[in-house]
Write a protein that binds this ligand. Structure first.
Ligand code: NDP
Length: 274
């Protein structure tokens, strides 16, 4: 049986859950898949990609800190990758193209749907303006959010992100220390604050209303600092980033193998393993 090969690259990569997730997806279809992980630091991606193409890989997932580098390396980009300016998926195509995709935003939207969160007509506050935020913003706009506030520790980066998706009236920037002009339906934490410290990122005052939900891209074995903060504020619907992780992987898997895996059993299996 022909073995299909894929890989995840980034740094640090030791704790990546991608091999586990893709193995469970492959088992659903009896697909012979070898999925490795490889530590690759900034500036080294081009050489590694050439090597992996030579080895016959179908594609790679790309994580911190290589998403912009992967995007620049691509010879073709999906519309959502083109919009994001960052790629978490590279596919090595038969016509020798290196095609970039960004499935982070789709992963988030699909995971929110699992929790009954719809986005059309909603007001959303996005904390952070890094690589993940770049993938999320076009997906939120495509899903029809009415108003998107972006707040980031470095205000210039929030302004640049908002400008990249210039949709007058829909996208506004906000200082973390400012007051949110209106309560929102959803607050998304796309900062890495909860990864690097036990403190949640600051959240603009006035953002929470009676039915506000909170989503944290960060996940772990316990409650994340942001979701702990949300619970303390009385937020009822609190969602961590595990489902998004599995959903963005499922979109990459479908892209490479033409197969749509069931995600809920994989999310449950991953949660049991954390
Ligand atoms: P980047 O390094 O590109 O961006 C980090 C962001 O966090 C920046 O906006 C940065 O602000 C902000 N930040 C960092 N520390 C703090 C702090 N102490 N207080 C306030 N803001 C802070 O990372 P990514 O965007 O790629 O990833 C962000 C997070 O999302 C990571 O935790 C990552 O693991 C997670 N992630 C989860 C996914 C999932 O599927 N669940 C998918 C992708 C990412 P500044 O601009 O000022 O530096």
């Amino acid at each position: 049986m022909r073995v299909v090969r894929c890989c995840v690259v980034g740094a640090p990569i030791r704790h990546s859950r991608s091999p586990f997730i893709h193995r469970l997806f492959a088992e659903q279809f009896g697909l012979a898949l070898r999925y490795d992980k490889r530590e690759v630091g900034p500036g080294a991606l081009a050489g590694v990609v050439a090597e992996l193409i030579g080895d016959g890989l179908r594609g790679i997932n790309v994580t911190i800190p290589l998403k912009e580098e992967a995007w620049a390396l691509a010879t073709r980009r999906s519309p959502r990758a083109a919009a994001a300016g960052a790629a978490n998926v590279l596919s090595f195509e038969p016509d020798a193209a290196i095609e970039a995709d960004n499935t982070d935003g789709l992963g988030l939207v699909r995971d929110l749907a699992h929790h009954g969160v719809t986005l059309a007509g909603r007001r959303v506050l996005l904390l952070g303006a890094g690589g993940a935020a770049r993938g999320i913003v076009p997906a939120l706009l495509e899903a029809g959010v009415a108003r998107l506030f972006i707040a980031n520790r470095t205000p210039d980066k929030a302004a640049a992100l908002a400008a990249a998706f210039a949709t007058p009236g829909r996208v506004k920037t906000l200082a973390l220390a400012a007051r949110c002009p209106e309560p929102v339906d959803l607050v998304i934490n796309s900062t890495s604050a909860g990864l690097t410290s036990a403190a949640p990122p600051p959240v603009p005052a006035g953002a929470l209303g009676a039915g506000t939900a909170c989503h944290d891209l960060v996940y772990g074995s316990g409650e994340t600092p942001f979701l702990r903060w949300a619970r303390e504020q009385g937020v009822k619907l609190r969602i961590d980033g595990l489902g998004m992780l599995v959903e963005q992987a499922a979109a990459a898997f479908a892209r490479w193998h033409g197969l749509e895996p069931a995600t809920l059993p994989v999310i449950e299996a991953l949660r049991r393993r954390l």
